[in-house]
Write a protein that binds this ligand. Sequence first.
Ligand SMILES: O=C(O)C1=C[C@@H](OP(=O)(O)O)[C@@H](O)[C@H](O)C1
Ligand SMILES: C=C(OP(=O)(O)O)C(=O)O
Length: 422
Amino acid sequence: MTQVWTTPHRATPVDAVVALPGSKSLTARALVLAALSDGPSRLVRPLRARDTDLMAAGLRAMGTQVAEDGEDWLVIPGELRGPAEVDAGLAGTVLRFLPPVAALATGPVRLDGDPRLHERPNAGLITALRDLGVRIDDDGRGRAPFTVHGTGRVRGGPVTVDASESSQIVSGLLLAAARFDEGIDLALAGGLPSMPHVEMTVAALREHGVEVTATERGWRVSPGPVAARDEVLEPDLSNAAPFLAAALVTGGRVTVRDWPRATTQPGGRLDVLLGAMGAQVTHVDGGLQVTGTGVIRPLVADLGEVGELTPVLAALCALAGGESRLTGIGHLRGHETDRLQALDEVLTAVGATVRQLPDGLLVTPGPGRPARLDSYADHRMVHAAAVLGLAVAGVEVTDPGAVSKTLPDFLQRWAAMLGGPR
Ligand SMILES: O=C(O)C1=C[C@@H](OP(=O)(O)O)[C@@H](O)[C@H](O)C1
Ligand SMILES: C=C(OP(=O)(O)O)C(=O)O
């Protein structure tokens, strides 16, 4: 892929219909549950991107068959075993979902990944697994690389978990818990970001016949079989964000096809969020249509439940008609990059004024100016730069290949949207 991407500038309204591949988060859960289930299953329209390919590879390394059948994945569970090496790349889902699976394997499973993965917070997961009876060798900070010494079974039972830095710690424990001897009775020690993603996990478990109950302080998963099931994956609604944002920025119209009627994906909140920023939003026959009105209103919102939408929304804030205040997103400092710092640098470079809060950002738009931006190895920072570039001429991004994490052909899709019907 090109080393520096000059993002397309667009003075006229966009008019496009966009179809997007499967959800990263739903595909990750479907793969893990298929590997833990009692029979083979077919995943239809899974996301094929770096994060989900690494999840499949990690499961294969531990004895699961994940085969391609056209665009589908066929998953045949096998006896989970080490020794194995898991490359988590930069994927939080692999980092937090596979250690509990590795604990059910016989033999050591070592997990490592990109340099930035070593910085991503994970102590809550390692501590919880140890409290559940699992032996793990780590760097003393609970971060990658580490080795899970699985014995083929996990005692499970009551455990108190610090998931204040990532909801994926809860999701990872819940996903594997039906296979623990005593299941799990998980109590949260503190706050929890990204609640819709935990609801997604609970829904996925129930669809697989697993008994999950909400308790006063968390969730209880009963021990028992995980029923195999075929699944058609929803499109990735977080990856819809930059495309829908293009309608606001250009005063145009973008429809994302196959928008689910009901969803646990945080991107399902884009109708309300983009509506609050001045778009007309309509659920049309099988899709979500966003029409820009020529006005972008500033946003004052707690994004703690939908953190992964922040980069694109913050880019819109830099183009809005006043100061925006985005809060509840301190945990974004542990994402692919420190996203609050990265957004501060990027939005400032294109002319906005940004103030970092401990848990968020204040963004005041300014006269746009050209800038060469970094991708920070973060797919969503490339999406944000693309949105800025529509309005500000001369926006470039180095290393745009970071988009491979969840949407490898983002640049082509972006060009196709801009070249779409007028
Ligand atoms: O469970 C998941 O699939 C995810 C949960 C969230 O993680 P955090 O709670 O760490 O933000 C989200 O940001 C990430 O992109 C995907
Ligand atoms: C935070 C994200 O990814 P990860 O699953 O690696 O945490 C993201 O995709 O915005």
